[in-house]
Design a protein around this ligand. Sequence first.
Ligand code: DHB
Ligand code: MG
Length: 245
Amino acid sequence: PGSSGSSRRSPVVGLTASARAGLAETMRSTPENWRAADDYLADTLVGHDPALEATLSAQRAAGLPDIEVAPVSGKLLNLLVRISGARRVLEIGTLGGYSTIWMARAVGEHGRVVTVEAEADNAAIARTSIDAAGVGDRVDIRIGRAADVLPTLVGGFDLVFIDADKESNTVYLDWAARLGHPGTVVVLDNIGREGEIARADSTDPMVIGTRDALRMLGEDPRFDATALQTVGLKGWDGVAIALVV
Ligand code: DHB
Ligand code: MG
C-alpha cells in the first residue's frame, strides 16, 4: 500500500540495493536481531504496562538478577491460564513477582496463585510489586526451599509454572503431578539453554537438571509433553508444556 508499481511486486525486490543490504542485516539470526524482533512483538502484542515495568525496576533496584520471563512469555503464561480456565495456579520460583503478576491477572477475581520463593528478600520485593499491581489478594507467597514447602501444600492446582533452580526440576515435576490432577497444565522454563540440552556429556548441573526433567516428561506416564525452543530477549532458550494425564 502506498508504493508505486504493481502490488504483486515482491517488497524485497522493490528495495534499493542498500535498503536490501540493511534488510538482510536485520534478518540475520543474531542475538541482537532476536532481541529486536522480540521488542517488536512485545510492542505490538503486549504494549506498555506500568505495573509490570515498575516490578522490573524494583527487581533491578534491589539487585535481583534479570532472569524473569520475557514480556511475550509472561503474556503466554497469562493466556495459558485463561485458555485452560485455571483458577488455582502454583508457581515455583517467584523472583521479583513478574510472572506471578501475569498469572494472577489471569486467574480471575476468585482465583489464587501460590508462589514459592527460597529467598525471603526476593519475596519481600515481590510482595510489594504484586500488591502495587492490584492482585495482592490473589497471591500467597510461601517462603522456603520449594522441596520443603511443596509437601506442605494442599493440592488441586490447575496450572503449575516451574522456574526455579534447574537442578531440582525433577523433584518439582513430581510435585506438580502430585499437587495437580488430570488436566493440569505444567510449564517448565529454560529448556533450551543455548542448545546445551543436546549435549549428553554436559557437566553443567543446570543442563543435567533440565535434561533429566525432559526425560521425565517423555517417560513418566503421568505426563504428556512437548517443548519449544525460543529465541528473543533472553537469547536461545525454550519452554516445555505438559498435561497431567
Ligand atoms: C536462569 C534462570 C532462569 O529461570 C532463566 O529464565 C534464565 C536464566 C539462570 O539461573 O541462569
Ligand atoms: Mg526462567
